[in-house]
Design a protein around this ligand. Structure first.
Ligand code: NAG
Length: 138
């Protein structure tokens, strides 16, 4: 019985954490550290500070932009943008590609604290592992 409570409390804690997600927030166009594998602490953002009315941030996003042709002042090259994200249930823990004139975007979303640092595949695996651990506990 006591262990039941423990599992329940652990799950509650997990859910509560999921509501106030932490993500990296930066743009390599203005901060070259943003493109690094290991990101400095000052890029961490409590995404609940970004919540507005109906918009509750529950995801982190990493956007990799490849600009091939200079358009609207965007210089050619690769750029990394990391942000807090919301909604996007169909893209959860996955990536999608978008192409426009002279540029390509890869947008990845994930749902764990600071998961937009690592490559998205690794972040997805982390979420799966956490879920597996919880199932095993139950
Ligand atoms: C983020 O901010 C919310 C609301 O201000 C707070 O409840 C939560 O504890 C914060 N989370 C972290 C990890 O600082």
């Amino acid at each position: 019985m006591a262990s039941c409570w423990l599992v329940w409390l652990t799950m509650l804690g997990f859910v509560a954490q999921g509501l106030a997600i932490m993500c990296y927030e930066c743009n390599s166009a203005t901060n070259s550290y943003c493109a690094e594998k290991i990101l400095p602490d000052n890029l961490k953002r409590n995404c609940s500070e970004r919540d507005r009315g109906d918009i509750v941030h529950t995801l982190c996003r990493k956007i990799t932009q490849h600009v091939d042709v200079e358009v609207e002042g965007q210089r050619p090259g690769a750029r990394v943008v990391r942000t807090c994200g919301w909604d996007d249930s169909k893209y959860k823990s996955s990536c999608y590609h978008r192409s426009g004139f002279g540029s390509r975007h890869e947008v990845c979303a994930c749902a764990a604290d600071l998961c937009n640092s690592a490559p998205a595949a690794a972040a997805g695996a982390t979420v799966a592992l956490a879920a597996a651990a919880i199932l095993k506990l139950g």
